[in-house]
Design a protein around this ligand. Structure first.
Ligand SMILES: O=C(O)CCC(=O)C(=O)O
Length: 233
């Protein structure tokens, strides 16, 4: 059951205030929420180039969210998420060329590599955005790698109640950087990607949420555990 005071979707009036702090990751900036980590230069340029060559061969398709077809194009591995039926669906296995990157991601955040059973490759043509969302509860930890262009990822509290205490902020994602969303950053915050200025790709790896008997994802032991949600898959 969802704790009182936490709504499935923010009311219309819940908008990002005009002043958004930029998380510039220097000591003087306010701390990032627990569970959000950012690593510049996670990949070398030749590794990025090799990944982009593989991505160029993928059958990317516009992502579908119920009646809405997004501009961003994606391909899922391991499992995908069908927003029509709100359920996971089978997807081709994670290809070999992504496995060493998955190993590196797993080592970075000290998780077993096999726990990352899902990978999503996403293309953002210039001007492509991703709206506010919290990832579906079927997934747990999210790690994203940025390739080619920059992106600005914005964060706001998941509920209007929390918005009175916590300021929204933005994180600029450099090409070849990595970020992780887990814990508070994963469950108590929403994120969005501003329209990209240049072609960008991301590779996101996700662990699967533990399941309750009956197959529904087990909620994390904190207020605001997953309920509704947006993108991914
Ligand atoms: O492209 C990214 O790094 C963000 C992806 C994302 O938020 C999602 O797929 O849910």
């Amino acid at each position: 059951m969802r704790p009182a005071g936490w709504s499935a979707s923010p009311p219309r009036s819940f908008r990002l205030p005009a002043r958004v702090r930029q998380a510039d990751l220097f000591e003087s900036s306010p701390p990032l929420p627990d569970g959000l980590r950012y690593q510049a230069d996670f990949l070398a340029m030749d590794e990025e180039a090799e990944l982009l060559q593989h991505i160029a061969t993928l059958p990317l398709r516009e992502a579908r969210y119920k009646q809405y077809t997004a501009r961003r194009r994606t391909v899922s591995f391991g499992s995908g998420y069908d927003f029509g039926s709100n359920a996971l669906r089978p997807a081709p296995p994670i290809p070999d060329w992504l496995l060493s990157l998955r190993d590196r991601v797993a080592e970075w955040i000290v998780q077993p590599a096999q726990a990352f059973a899902h990978a999503l490759v996403t293309e953002y043509q210039p001007g492509t955005a991703l709206g506010w969302h919290r990832d579906v509860p079927d997934f747990c930890v999210v790690v994203g790698i940025s390739l080619a262009g920059w992106a600005r990822m914005r964060f706001r509290p998941h509920t209007p109640q929390a918005a009175s205490r916590l300021d929204p902020f933005a994180l600029d994602l450099a090409p070849r950087s990595a970020y992780v969303l887990q814990g508070e950053a994963r469950w108590r915050w929403q994120h969005a990607v501003s329209p990209t200025k240049a072609l960008r790709y991301s590779i996101t790896f996700r662990t699967m949420a533990a399941k309750r008997p009956g197959g529904k994802p087990r909620l994390p032991p904190e207020p605001g555990g997953p309920s509704e949600e947006g993108s991914s898959g």
